[in-house]
Design a protein around this ligand. Structure first.
Ligand SMILES: Nc1ncnc2c1ncn2[C@@H]1O[C@H](COP(=O)(O)OP(=O)(O)OP(=O)(O)O)[C@@H](O)[C@H]1O
Ligand SMILES: [Mg+2]
Length: 133
């Protein structure tokens, strides 16, 4: 079984594909149905942000096995405009698009590890991990 999947993200249909691939990989890794849904939700939010703010990017999903700890690694990368103030972007209710502003903070809440690296003109990379327990 291949342990890594990449999905190129350009349009709404790619978000559906990404969510589906995430669910599949999470299931194969042994996550419960509830956790699969949570993982799909986080993937949905970060890939929707790519389509909305960066136009295109890439999602990479892989299984982790680090010293007996197993889980799923999700990396979303784009070369879009980047985020000038990360603390602000991570705040509940902050949106530059007049939307709810809950995508990034929501994804952070449901995953075990969450890292956002971004700068104006340098694109955005979101790295998220969830461990099996
Ligand atoms: N990949 C990205 N590239 C550039 N800016 C981004 C990216 N992802 C998020 N942002 C910025 O961070 C803000 C907060 O993102 P977040 O997903 O939390 O909320 P939202 O997309 O505005 O609303 P919601 O996700 O609730 O519909 C966005 O409004 C946008 O300005
Ligand atoms: Mg969003």
């Amino acid at each position: 079984m291949s342990a890594e999947v990449s999905v190129s993200i350009e349009r709404d249909a790619d978000i559906v594909t990404a969510r589906h691939e995430g669910r599949q990989l999470a299931a194969a890794a042994g996550f419960s149905s509830a956790d699969q849904t949570i993982i799909a939700l986080a993937i949905s939010e970060i890939t929707r942000n790519i389509v909305s703010y960066a136009q295109c990017g890439k999602l990479t999903l892989s299984r982790m096995d680090e010293g007996g700890r197993r889980g799923i690694l999700i990396v979303a990368q784009d070369d879009g405009p980047g985020i000038p103030d990360i603390d602000l972007a991570m705040r509940d209710g902050y949106s530059t698009a007049g939307s709810l502003g809950v995508g990034l903070p929501g994804a952070r809440r449901v995953m075990d590890e969450f890292e956002l690296v971004s700068a104006p003109g340098k694109g955005t990379t979101v790295t998220m991990k969830k461990w099996l327990r």
